[in-house]
Design a protein around this ligand. Structure first.
Ligand code: ZN
Length: 389
């Protein structure tokens, strides 16, 4: 296996350095964006690992005044973001290295946005034309370095931040939140446990799958979604079974970036439910989408037949059509060890109506192929809870 064939520089959808060992270019990447004093934003778990030490050392050896901010929760909060802004200002920083899983990437991107704003964070929630309030000139540049393959936040233009007071996840959006430079280095993901590899990989699949089923006109996103799903089909089982399979890890990082690129076309009911469930139960985002996936496919069945036909053909699934896709999703979920019901992962039935109401107004609901009511979301949630397909 010649891994050098995968060593590439891409400028779509942003500047991406892809390949084994390319984290060694981090300091140079910071310089390319004009940083002299980057603030590396990550979560406390990663901060304790040698890779963060090595990244900071590399930056300092290159003459950069690099700092570390790691007070970021699994589901990052508005307070986490504003603590990061305070650290950025106190340390005299001029850029952000967003380094980690989706939470660290989202928090880092939001910190880079907020260092230049006078308004409070929630003023930039993705509602109406709130994005026009952003002082673009004040934003700090971002180098994004994902250490999980799932969220694709490194190529996303938004951050999902939990509003602790309201117990909901809010989407902070601005087109310029897309990191200017991304490093995809599979060696940073080889230490991920199989469970996290599976849950995050299924999140990548859910992004491509929901984008592929969205009714919006965006054929480019549709094409990316198809190949993103094929990469998951081919490489996720390998990455889960053998964590040190660097080629599978690399392909999953690419599939993850492709999923997030595709969902410029929108997401759907998996995410409309996963967002409130994540906020109410602090459950893992990718795991929620993975469990919800077949139930949402069945709920959308009446209108997604043409897309399922195309998808089954492209993935060469036996039998073809909707049934082939559903069979494949169920088999893949089983193969990578995802539970069948939300009840199996500790979600209870105490808030069925509340979850339905929250899902109906979630921004992802707008591009589900069927506009479900709150009651329909509650029914869907209950089926996923009990494991009735
Ligand atoms: Zn997701």
């Amino acid at each position: 296996m010649d891994l050098n064939q995968y060593r590439m520089n891409w400028n779509y959808p942003t500047s991406m350095r892809v390949g084994v060992g390319r984290i060694s270019e981090l300091a140079e990447a910071c310089r390319q964006l004009g940083m002299r004093a980057p603030l590396l934003c990550t979560d406390p778990g990663l901060a304790a690992l040698p890779m963060i030490d090595a990244a900071l050392r590399q930056c300092r050896d290159a003459g950069l005044k690099a700092g570390l901010f790691s007070a970021i929760k699994g589901n990052p909060t508005g307070a986490n973001v504003m603590d990061g802004v305070a650290a950025f200002k106190a340390g005299g920083h001029d850029g952000v290295i967003a380094f980690g899983g989706g939470s660290a990437l989202d928090a880092g991107k939001a910190i880079a946005l907020m260092v230049g704003q006078d308004r409070p964070l929630w003023d930039f929630e993705d509602v109406g034309d709130n994005a026009s309030r952003v002082n673009v000139a004040g934003m700090a540049p971002v180098v994004a370095v994902p250490t999980t393959a799932g969220t694709g936040s490194e190529v996303g233009r938004a951050s999902v931040i939990t509003d602790d007071a309201a117990h909901i996840k809010r989407i902070i959006f601005h087109a310029r939140m897309l990191p200017a430079l991304v490093i995809l280095d599979p060696e940073l993901t080889v230490g991920l446990p199989a469970k996290i590899t599976a849950a995050t990989g299924m999140d990548a699949l859910s992004h491509s799958l929901e984008a592929f089923c969205s009714p919006l006109f965006h054929p480019m996103a549709e094409g990316i979604a198809l190949e993103g799903m094929r990469l998951v089909q081919q490489y996720l089982p390998r990455a889960v079974a053998q964590g040190t399979d660097v080629e599978a890890r690399l392909q999953m990082l690419v599939a993850s970036s492709m999923g997030a690129t595709a969902f410029q076309r929108g997401l759907g009911a998996m995410h409309a439910l996963a967002h409130p469930l994540g906020a109410l139960y602090d459950a893992h985002h990718g795991l929620l989408n993975a469990v919800l996936m077949p139930y949402v496919l069945v709920a959308n069945r009446a209108v997604i037949a043409p897309q399922m036909e195309k998808m089954a053909r492209y993935l060469a699934l036996p039998g073809g059509g909707f049934d082939a896709v559903l069979e494949w999703v169920l088999a893949l979920r089983g193969e990578v060890g995802i539970a069948h019901s939300l009840g199996d992962i500790g979600i209870d039935d105490a808030r069925i109506e509340q979850v339905g109401r929250m899902a109906e107004v979630d921004p992802s609901a707008g591009t589900n192929p069927i506009a479900f009511s709150a009651e329909q979301y509650s029914v869907l949630f209950e089926k996923a809870l009990r494991g009735t397909l």
